[in-house]
Design a binder for this molecule. Structure first.
Ligand code: C2E
Ligand code: CA
Ligand code: CA
Length: 583
């Protein structure tokens, strides 16, 4: 193969004899190379030369006074894995030659057989090119396999491998799955190209939070993951809050201000298997979504595949019989007057080992296992008994119970509910979510009509979190809607929430429905709701859910002129809602 006279060749020679160096140069020039050559004799000079410029090939003598070929080879290999390295030497033993090849020398040429030099150089230059191309192709494949092409962030494969390594080495870790929400709607509204831009922007914002103590991954579409090098729950939560804040700020695209929220699921390194850990983080993200929270921790009790869940489910069956379940009541307050108009009955479970367990842990479990009808029957009976007892103490207030989707489809249970409503003179009301109604709309509707006709007040719970429009609600036999608590948190600061709450109240009134705001935590929110003419409000600003005895006390002490505001009287010592479920 001819290399052509235009080929210039940058040659670095490790050699103590200038004469030998010149000899090599002449051979190469005779073969048509324009040789640019530099000779070095010490390790320091070699390193400096390698750093200074690009070389095509290195020739090295084997033994020199201050240096030997093997050392030179190591230096060159540290610098560049592909740079051809030829040993050109007067003598070299077989054993040493093998050693050199093992450390990555390409070939050796004896000075007394210098005819081999040019063919060896040509071959090595060609092979180097192939090696480089191969390496680039490999890197490209790696990138495709391990990186997301939209954001250039490491992907799900890479997360699983990295995570597995950490788990194998027992490195303290927390995994966070971050879902951007409303994303499908945004994509639909502004187009996929613009949607991609938003994803990239979100990735950029995440990049800003994490780098120092976490690794960021883009799993797909609207889903990211962070792996934190810590197991400190407070620290992890503060990172989660930071992420929510950064992602929650407005995006500007095509001249629009766009609001994209996020939901985060978090899990600590609670298993040795990366895939399972990822599943748990996903589950936690689903819990966050279901509860309208920014972030949620993985809870084994709520993971249908965990042994804790099964054990708890078994305990739940005993809980009714052994009287571990009880009800707490949270007042509903009329916005116009500040007077209490009723209450919501909420279930609690005092578990003999785990202590107080909140309904978010066990209701869903009961729904999935078919136990929910029995639980609701228990709630109906106790609410009925409580309403009757309060009546005797001169408190005539209704109490609303929460129904699950399945309850509506059980005619016997509905019959019992109707009977209880009759016995309490309509003291029992019901709350049901719009999503529960959507599961089997026709049968649910039939049951609802029956309750409505019997005069039971019906509230649509968590309004705004599902998909139904107020227009759809018009067709339902209901009395009121409860605007979900997730809109209250930032009612005063966020114009989106404000607009939603305000228009919901207005439209509901137009349809002849009352409105109740839930999750009212401070005076500012309450005043804002009053301004929008919301009918009723419920939340910790007035009172936490109270035991029956606490409730009675609070009602008796409730100011005649309505709720005074500061609420100190009603922040009773046992703040049941402060208890955390067991993990
Ligand atoms: P929900 O029906 O939306 O009930 C309101 C929840 O908000 C209650 O949580 C209540 O304690 C909480 N809450 C009250 N005030 C505030 C506040 O100011 N701020 C915030 N952030 N939250 C407040 P809880 O008691 O943990 O109940 C959770 C959910 O469990 C309920 O949500 C309901 O869906 C379900 N649930 C509770 N009891 C029953 C029941 O007897 N049967 C059924 N089927 N579900 C129940
Ligand atoms: Ca409710
Ligand atoms: Ca609710």
């Amino acid at each position: 193969m001819s290399t052509g006279s235009s080929n210039s060749l940058h040659v670095l020679i490790v050699e103590d004899s200038d004469e030998d160096a010149l000899l090599l140069k002449r051979h190469l020039e005779a073969a048509g190379y324009r040789v640019n050559l530099e000779c070095v004799q010490t390790p320091v000079a070699l390193i400096a030369a390698l750093r200074r410029k690009h070389w095509d090939i290195v020739f090295s003598d084997f033994s020199m006074p201050q240096f030997d070929g093997l050392e030179a080879l190591k230096i060159v290999r540290d610098h560049d894995r592909d740079l051809p390295f030829l040993v050109v030497s007067g003598t070299i033993g077989e054993e040493r030659a093998v050693q050199l090849m093992k450390f990555g020398a390409q070939d050796y040429v004896l000075k007394n057989n210098i005819r081999r030099l040019v063919p060896a150089v040509e071959r090595e230059l060609k092979e180097m090119r192939l090696r480089r191309e191969h390496r680039l192709a490999q890197e490209h494949i790696q990138r495709l396999a391990y990186y997301d092409s939209l954001t250039q962030l490491p992907n799900r494969h890479r997360l699983l491998e990295d995570l597995q390594q950490r788990l194998d080495r027992a490195v303290p870790s927390a995994l966070m799955i971050i879902n951007l929400i409303n994303f499908r709607e945004v994509n639909g509204a502004i187009g996929y190209g613009k949607g991609d831009e938003l994803i990239r922007e979100a990735a950029g914002r995440l990049h800003d939070v994490h780098l120092r103590d976490a690794d960021l991954y883009h799993l797909y579409g609207n889903e990211f993951a962070l792996v934190l090098r810590t197991e400190d729950r407070d620290h992890v939560e503060s990172v989660a809050q930071n992420v929510l804040k950064l992602l929650g700020a407005h995006y500007v695209s095509a001249g629009f201000h766009i609001h994209i929220g996020a939901r985060i699921g978090i899990v600590l390194a609670s298993t040795k298997e990366a895939g399972l850990l990822l599943q748990r983080a996903d589950l936690a993200a689903t819990l966050a979504k279901r509860e309208g929270k920014g972030y949620a921790w993985y809870e084994a009790e709520r993971d249908p595949s965990s042994p804790q869940h099964l054990a708890l489910l078994a305990d739940l069956h005993d809980a009714i019989r052994t009287d571990q379940l009880f009800l707490v009541f949270q007042p509903k307050v009329e916005c116009r007057t500040g007077a209490v108009t009723g209450s919501e009955a909420l279930l609690r479970w005092r578990h003999p080992q785990h202590g107080l367990i909140m309904p978010e842990v066990f209701i869903e479990m009961a729904e999935q296992s078919g136990f929910i009808d029995e639980l609701t029957r228990h709630v109906i009976e106790h609410t009925l008994r409580q309403i009757t007892a309060w009546r005797q103490s001169g408190i005539a207030l209704p109490a609303a119970i929460n129904l699950s989707a399945k309850n509506l489809l059980n005619p016997q249970l509905m019959g019992e509910l109707l009977a209880a409503a009759v016995r309490t003179g309509r003291g029992i009301e019901i709350e049901i979510t719009e999503t529960a109604l959507m599961r089997e709309p026709e049968r649910a509707m039939a049951a609802l009509h029956q309750l409505y006709e019997a005069g039971i007040r019906i509230y649509i719970d968590d309004f705004g979190t599902g998909f139904s429009s107020l227009g759809y609600l018009k067709k339902l036999p209901i009395h009121a809607i409860k605007i979900d608590k997730s809109f209250m948190v930032d009612l005063v600061r966020n114009t989106d929430s404000e607009a939603i709450v305000r228009s919901t109240i207005g439209l509901a009134h137009n349809l002849g429905l009352k409105t109740v705001a839930e999750g009212v935590e401070d005076r500012q929110i309450w005043e804002r709701l009053a301004k929008y003419q919301c009918d009723e409000a419920q939340g910790s600003f007035f009172a936490q859910p109270l035991t029956a005895a606490q409730f009675e006390k609070a009602i008796t002490a409730w100011p005649r002129g309505g709720f005074p505001g500061a609420g100190s009287v009603f922040q009773l010592p046992t703040r049941l809602t402060d208890h955390k479920p067991p993990r």
